[in-house]
Design a protein around this ligand. Sequence first.
Ligand code: FE2
Ligand code: FE2
Length: 209
Amino acid sequence: MKQASDSLPLHSRTPAEWGEDVLADPIALLADHAFLEKKAALNAIQLLERWPKEWLPGWVETMTGVARDEAAHLAQVTRLLIRRGGRLERGHRNPYANALRGLVRKGEVISETLDRLFVSALIEARSCERFAVLASAARDEELAAFYKALFSSELGHFKVFLRLARKIDQSDSVEARWQEMLAAEAEILSRQEPGPRIHSGIGRRITSG
Ligand SMILES: [Fe+2]
Ligand SMILES: [Fe+2]
């Protein structure tokens, strides 16, 4: 799994210590995680009829498949959370995802859809990378197995979002835009506060070695 995560095109890597730090508060981490799964399901539902221009074979199947997987993840993560004595809170902040959404170019249907697919792919890729770190850091076998299973599922989502992006825009500028977005993602993540969240920043203790 470590190898599979190394092949992700992300521009920064999460150190093992981040996993140990966030797992110190597994309830808070699971509560944050539940909202990410909910948001991922909603995102796929919102994208359902957003294929740009003509009908695109595979679009609807991709979005319904992702929505179904994310709803299943949401059920799994809330089950773990509640069984461990936690609960969902109303409302949730995710400055990382909000900043990524801010990168979407508005107004022109192809570029806007392309950017939305890229943002979705970036969140999947980063979540995937973080789940790999969590799977190796977790001492709790149930959590380790859970993160490992999610890693594979989110990796599949990352790939299908990218595939759709390349289907809707086959121009030469697509690769450059993807590289730009990958660089922006690493920069946005580096600005996040540390804490028990899936997309949190790296604490000072870790960066100062
Ligand atoms: Fe998920
Ligand atoms: Fe996903």
